[in-house]
Design a protein around this ligand. Sequence first.
Ligand code: DX5
Ligand code: ZN
Length: 230
Amino acid sequence: MRPGRTLRLAPSLLSADFGALDAAVDAATAAGADAFHLDVMDGHFVPNLSFGPALVRAVRAHTRLPLDIHLMITDPVKYFPVFADAGGSTLVFHRETDADPDALLGLGRDLGVQVGCALRPETPFERVERWVERLDQVLVMTVHPGFSGQKFLPEAVPKLRAARELVDRLGTGTDVSVDGGITAETAAVAAEAGATFFVCGNSVFGQGDVATNLAALRSAVTRGSGHAVR
Ligand code: DX5
Ligand code: ZN
């Protein structure tokens, strides 16, 4: 095994039962989830609507785990303060918006949150490269954003490798996050390519038992990464 790399699993609440969200959060926490991923959609940046700050606030009141807020919205500058105030730990904006990454990095620092940048499957890694040194997370989407339960797009794997290679070269410890279609099988592929933060929706909350599902994902990422897990 190579030296330790911190590998984290973040169940995506979009796939949970919204009528019993507390129970979903409790089950995943008891099963060893490392964070929760919350998908905010505005019906404009993506063709779907999900939830806003009120739900983030409710989850924040219920768990101490980090909340990873994936902002699939056209105006992240306007909403960074709102989601920081609601209790987000990491605010992830999309590079395809008009927002200036430098401005969001500065805003995030002022607000006391971590900042991530997400890339749609068709957006090349070069579009984020020059900010990686200052980002806490680079999120590589392996489905088209907007819906849970889609199939993992293997053509995004080289982007994970490129992100891993740059982060290792810079030595920043920036998380390389993967989101979309993560199952035990694809999680191992993503881990091998260098992902450290795994967003999993349907594979945690879809079928079967949350604890069994998370255990299968945990062993897949450990196996795939070839790294001792810290
Ligand atoms: C899709 C979202 C994902 C989604 C993942 O737009 O960004 O976070 O919840 O769900 P699964 O793991 O089912 O693909
Ligand atoms: Zn997401």
